[in-house]
Structure formats: structure tokens, C-alpha cells
Design a protein around this ligand. Structure first.
Ligand code: PLP
Length: 409
């Protein structure tokens, strides 16, 4: 019996009436639907297929690992050899040297882990009053309770009552708004500030010039933990030949939340990077962090991450993301002249937004894009998300812009 699946973020009445869009195959920057139609994948799935679709090398690495040991446990003194090795490899890439790596099952796990650890850290430091967690308008931090509360997308908060006490929001583009909040409530109340270097699912907004450095300094000045949510920007998507926005912009985050590009989405996995000063009290002996996930550091996922990192390094894909930064800007920029387009936000990383003039027409735009061979989606209020795999060629970028232009004309 068809029609049993409940999709995420969907009007299921409409999906049931119109039928789902079923994807059956992918290769590089392209996907195919159940009828065999081919599409350019404008979004790299949900921002994650950084190395492109159809990498049998990752599949083979996972199969070999599952045959040896699928997973065991990451609690107490237990781990697996591949998980342990992956943590050491990630620590080498970390924006803060000597970082510790806490594995999760995805981005929402990473965010909620960081939220809990921020409060737990201050308790450990003898400042249990520092419990306030600060997010931003437009922000997206996943769908667990803390992440939903910290995000700045009002529709996602509706209908649940109070999600989490001690969560506050400041203006996404105004560092003074953060400073004002800290001064108003007192630094002795504020645990951490969560910051996506580029606002992603909330509509793809690039940080104003100097913003990231300014909020980082405010957090330093007031002893507020700075938590970079790099679930989207991490593992190369930020461009600048950098693994992370935190490296590119020298943010030295106290914690950094990641997922997606860690495995290019081949298998679910996330990781929190924890700077040494935050980890220190928990590594001193006699202290437990009573937190962990059954599948955190899953051995099969760790094997996928290893193979994914091998591909990124061997094929120089950080440089390819940097190429896409300028190519997307050049190819998509002219779309701003179309009546249907209000503006194009582009020029930082392998991420752009084609902002529709009428956000209410996003479903029609997505339909038109599909008829022209582009799989895209709308983020925020009518922003078409363009975040391709790093292997999208220069010709394909041109083809993507042409197809979008034809669809929106
Ligand atoms: N944080 C950010 C910035 C994200 O964009 C996302 C997902 O898009 C998440 C957290 C949540 O990740 P996941 O959907 O893997 O739980």
C-alpha cells in the first residue's frame, strides 16, 4: 500500500494529493527520479553531498566495516578502532588545536549536545547561574528541543508551549544586539551564543562584513561561550580553501557543531568539536558527563567519514568549493534582473540564494525548476537554495543558471 510515509517539513495533505517526488539514483551533481528523468541537484540533497552522489568508494568502505564490526558502544571506556582514529583525524583539522571530538548521530544531536555541555561546563566552573543560551533571528539549529528553541524561525516554535527555559534570541545581523542582551541580563547569566557563520535553512543570509569577528570578541570579553554551528558550512562548504568557517575567519570557537559534510550524507553522523579549555574539567579525573547517543561514533559511519575525508583531500575538493564560490556568484548574479527574483545572495562559499520576489510563489517556482531539470528547494521566505556538490563542473554551473533562468522567466 503506497502513501504510508510521513515526510519531514511537509503539508502531507498536499503530498498525498500530488504524490511524492521519488529519487532513485544519483551520480556526481545529478539525480534521477522514478520515471528516469534527470535533474541537476542544486542543493546537494540537504546541503550534504559535498563529494557528489554515487561514490562507491564510500559504500565499499562502509560495507567492509559493517562486515568486520558494524558498531559496538561509545559509552564508558568503549570505542571502536575506526571511531578512535576518526576522532584523531578530525582533531588535526580542528580550528582550535587540541580539540576533543564528541560524536553524535547528526546535526540536531550536535546542537543539543553543545547546549547541554555549555551549561554543564559553567556548573563545573562554579558558575551554575550561567544558563542562558542565546540564538539569533532567522537561525536554524536543527529540530531537537534545544535547537528548535534557539532557532529564530517563529513558525517552527508554534504549538509546543515553552520549548526550553533560558533561551533568548538576538538580531541575526547586529552584534550590538548581542552586547545589549548580555549587558541587560548580566554576563553571569549567559552561558553561550550559537552562531551559524552563514544563516542556512533560515533563508541563506551571509554575515555582514566584520560581524563574525565582532560577536566573537563580545563573547570573549564577557566570558560567554562562542558556539559555531557549522553543520552546513563545515567540511569545505565555506570556501576559501578552508575546512571550516571557523578556520577561514579565525573564530577559535569554544565548541563547533558539525554533521552533513562529515560523511557527505552517505551515512548519518555528527560531531561536536570541543576546545581544550572546555574539555579540561571533564578530562581531569573524577567527573562524568552523563550524556551520549547509542549511535554516536557508529563504526560504519566513521568508516564513511574516513573515506569521505580521503576523497576531499585526494581530489582537492576544498579548492573546488572555492572555485564554486566565484562561479556561482558570476553565473547566478544576473538572475537578479528577472521580475520573479528580488535579489541573489552569493559570494561566500559554495552557497547562494536566489530570492524570489513573491515568497508565496515558491511552490510554483520549485515545480517550474523541476520541469526544467533542476531539483531545488526554498529556504526561509522564498529563497531558492543553491548549494551544489563540490564536484559540480563549471559547465554544469552555467547549465544550472540557464535552467533556473528559463524556469523563472
Ligand atoms: N544546524 C544547522 C545549521 C543546520 O543547517 C541543520 C540542518 O540543516 C542542523 C543543525 C540539524 O542537522 P540535522 O538535520 O542533521 O539534525
Amino acid at each position: 500500500m503506497a502513501g504510508s510515509l510521513w515526510h519531514g517539513f511537509a503539508d502531507m495533505g498536499a503530498v498525498s494529493a500530488d504524490g511524492p517526488f521519488v529519487v532513485t539514483r544519483g551520480a556526481g551533481s545529478r539525480i534521477w527520479d522514478a520515471e528516469g528523468n534527470e535533474y541537476l541537484d542544486a542543493t546537494a540533497g540537504l546541503w550534504f553531498t559535498n563529494v557528489g552522489h554515487g561514490r562507491t568508494e564510500i559504500a565499499d568502505a562502509v560495507a567492509a566495516q559493517l562486515g568486520r564490526l558494524a558498531h559496538y558502544s561509545g559509552f564508558g571506556d568503549l570505542t571502536s578502532d575506526v571511531t578512535d582514529a576518526l576522532a584523531d583525524r578530525l582533531a588535526q583539522l580542528a580550528p582550535v588545536p587540541g580539540s576533543k571530538i564528541f560524536f553524535t548521530s547528526g546535526g540536531s544531536d550536535s546542537v543539543d549536545s553543545a547546549a547541554k555541555l555549555a551549561r554543564r561546563y559553567w556548573t563545573e566552573m562554579g558558575k551554575p547561574g550561567k544558563t542562558l543560551l542565546v540564538g539569533r533571528t532567522k537561525a536554524y539549529h536543527g529540530m531537537h528541543v534545544a535547537g528548535t528553541a534557539l532557532a529564530g524561525i517563529p513558525a517552527n516554535h508554534e504549538g509546543y508551549g515553552e520549548l526550553m527555559p533560558d533561551a533568548e534570541s538576538v538580531e541575526w545581523d547586529d552584534a550590538k544586539s548581542l552586547l545589549g542582551l548580555i549587558e541587560r541580563v548580566g554576563a553571569d547569566r549567559v552561558a553561550a551564543f550559537f552562531c551559524e557563520p552563514i544563516i542556512g535553512a533560515g533563508g541563506i543570509y551571509l554575515p555582514p562584513a566584520g560581524y563574525l569577528a565582532e560577536v566573537r570578541q563580545i563573547c570573549r570579553d564577557h566570558d560567554v561561550l562562542f558556539i559555531a554551528d557549522e553543520v552546513v558550512t563545515g567540511f569545505g562548504r565555506i570556501g576559501g580553501d578552508s575546512w571550516f568557517a571557523s578556520s577561514r575567519f579565525d573564530l577559535a570557537p569554544d565548541m563547533m557543531t558539525t554533521a552533513k559534510g562529515l560523511t557527505s550524507g552517505y551515512v548519518p553522523m555528527g560531531a561536536v568539536f570541543i576546545a581544550p579549555r572546555i574539555a579540561k574539567p571533564f578530562f581531569a579525573g573524577g567527573v562524568w558527563w552523563r550524556h551520549g547517543y547509542t549511535y554516536g561514533g557508529h563504526a560504519g559511519a566513521a568508516a564513511a567519514a574516513m573515506a569521505n575525508l580521503d576523497i576531499i583531500e585526494r581530489e582537492g575538493l576544498l579548492a573546488e568549493a572555492t572555485r564554486l564560490e566565484s562561479e556561482l556568484a558570476e553565473a547566478l548574479g544576473p538572475l537578479a534582473d528577472l521580475d520573479a527574483v528580488a535579489e541573489v545572495r552569493t559570494g561566500l562559499g559554495a552557497v547562494s540564494a536566489v530570492q524570489l520576489s513573491d515568497a508565496a510563489r515558491a511552490p510554483q517556482a520549485i515545480g517550474a525548476l523541476r520541469r526544467h531539470g533542476v531539483s531545488a528547494r526554498a529556504a526561509g521566505a522564498g529563497a531558492l537554495q543553491i548549494s551544489p556538490a563540490f564536484v559540480m563542473t563549471s559547465d554544469e554551473v552555467g547549465e544550472l543558471a540557464n535552467r533556473i533562468g528559463a524556469a523563472l522567466s
